[in-house]
Design a protein around this ligand. Structure first.
Ligand SMILES: Cc1cc2nc3c(=O)[nH]c(=O)nc-3n(C[C@H](O)[C@H](O)[C@H](O)COP(=O)(O)OP(=O)(O)OC[C@H]3O[C@@H](n4cnc5c(N)ncnc54)[C@H](O)[C@@H]3O)c2cc1C
Length: 306
C-alpha cells in the first residue's frame, strides 16, 4: 500500500517547482500513478510511505499541445488515449496510434501519461521506441534564482538504463517534443506474455515515407525497445534503406541485421528472432499505412525468398 504525509496538487508550474524543490528526500512526483501505484504493492516495493507526493495533473501549463518549427510540443499531461482520439495528433504522429492501441486498456490509457512512461524508464516501455523514432526530446524545468529555467534532452540520451534518467532532483518534466511526420506511414509491433493488457517483451516503432512514385524509400525511422537497457534507434538500418528501391529482398536483409542489436541478458535467442520479424513487419505495415501513394515493390515476396 502507498501512504504519504502530504499530497500536493499545485495548479501552476511555478508553484509545483517551489513545492518540489522544498520537498523532503524520498518524495515523488506523480501524474497518472499507473506506475507508482502498482510499484507500492506486495511483491514489488511492498508497503511504501512517502513524505510528500506532488501531483502534476492540475498544472494547466502541462496540458495540450502546440506546433513549433515542424515539431509538436506535447504538454507533459498528454495521456495515451489522446493518440487515439485527437485526429491532429493521429495525422502528425503516425506511429503513436498504433503504439497506443497496444498500450494497456481504455481505463489506463486515460490516466497514463507519455511523460510518466519515459521518466519511469522501463526498458520495455512502449512509448520510448515510438518517441525515439520521432526524434523525441523531453523538456525539463527547474527554478533558478526564482525564475523557471528549461532544458531539452534527446530521449535516446535521457534514458540511461532501467529506471535511470538524466532528470535532476529538482526538475519536473514539462513537455515531450516530437517531429511531425504527416505523410509518413506508421507502425508499432509488440509482443508480450499474453494477448491483452500486456507489458512488452520487445517492441519496434517505424515511420516510413516512400517518394511520389511509390518505388523509393525517401525516409525511414526505426527504433527498438526491450532489447537492451536503453531504447535503440536503428541508424544503420535507416541509412541502408533511405534512397533505395523498395523491395522485399532489401527489407529482409535489413531485418536480419537487426538481430545483432539484441543486448538483453535474458531470452536472447527469442528476442533475436522476434526483432527480425518485427523490423520486417514494421517496414511493411508502415509502407501500407502511407495513404497518399501506391507502393510498388520491385519484387514479390516469393522472389525475395528464392
Ligand atoms: C494495468 C497496466 C497496464 C499497463 N500497460 C502498459 C503498456 O502496455 N505499456 C507500457 O509501456 N506501460 C504500461 N503500463 C505502465 C504505465 O501505465 C506507464 O508507464 C505510464 O505511461 C506511466 O504514466 P503515469 O502518468 O501513470 O506515471 P506515474 O505512475 O504517475 O509516474 C511514473 C514515473 O514518472 C514520474 N513522473 C510522472 N510525471 C512526471 C513529470 N511531469 N515530471 C517528472 N517526473 C514525472 C513519477 O515520479 C514516476 O517516477 C501499464 C500499467 C498498468 C497498471
Amino acid at each position: 500500500m502507498l501512504t504519504y504525509d502530504t499530497y500536493h496538487m499545485p495548479t501552476t508550474l511555478e508553484e509545483a517547482l517551489t513545492i518540489w524543490a522544498a520537498s523532503p528526500e524520498g518524495s515523488r512526483l506523480v501524474s497518472g500513478a499507473t506506475d507508482i501505484l502498482p510499484w507500492a504493492r506486495e511483491g514489488r516495493a511492498g508497503d511504501v510511505h512517502l513524505p510528500e507526493l506532488v501531483d502534476v495533473t492540475r498544472i494547466s501549463e502541462l496540458n495540450g499541445y502546440a506546433f513549433e518549427n515542424g515539431r509538436v510540443r506535447l504538454g507533459a499531461n498528454t495521456v495515451y488515449q489522446d493518440f487515439l482520439t485527437d485526429r491532429v495528433l493521429m495525422r502528425n504522429l503516425p506511429c503513436m496510434p498504433y503504439c497506443a492501441i497496444w498500450f494497456a486498456d481504455d481505463q489506463i490509457r486515460e490516466q497514463a501519461s507519455l511523460t510518466g512512461n519515459l521518466v519511469n524508464a522501463s526498458p520495455v516501455a512502449d512509448g520510448t521506441p515510438a518517441v525515439v523514432a520521432l526524434n523525441g526530446e523531453i523538456e525539463l524545468a527547474r527554478l533558478e534564482n526564482g525564475e523557471i529555467a528549461r532544458r531539452r534532452i534527446a530521449v535516446v540520451d535521457f534514458i540511461e538504463g532501467p529506471g535511470r534518467t538524466q532528470i535532476a532532483r529538482d526538475e519536473i518534466a514539462t513537455a515531450v517534443i516530437l517531429d511531425t511526420a504527416s505523410g509518413y506511414g506508421g507502425s508499432f509491433q509488440k509482443v508480450g506474455q499474453r494477448r491483452s493488457l500486456v507489458i512488452s517483451v520487445a517492441c519496434c516503432a517505424a515511420l516510413v515515407k516512400a517518394d511520389h512514385t511509390g518505388r523509393i524509400f525517401e525516409d525511414v525511422r526505426l527504433a527498438l525497445g526491450g532489447v537492451g537497457p536503453r531504447p535503440i534507434r536503428m541508424y544503420d538500418a535507416e541509412r541502408a534503406l533511405r534512397g533505395e528501391t523498395i523491395s522485399h529482398a532489401l527489407i529482409d536483409k535489413v531485418a536480419r541485421s537487426a538481430a545483432e542489436l539484441v543486448g538483453s541478458r535474458s531470452r536472447q535467442d527469442y528476442r533475436r528472432e522476434v526483432v527480425v520479424n518485427f523490423v520486417r513487419a514494421a517496414l511493411q505495415d508502415a509502407l501500407a499505412d502511407q495513404s497518399d501513394v501506391e507502393i510498388k515493390f520491385q519484387d514479390t515476396r516469393e522472389q525475395a525468398h528464392v
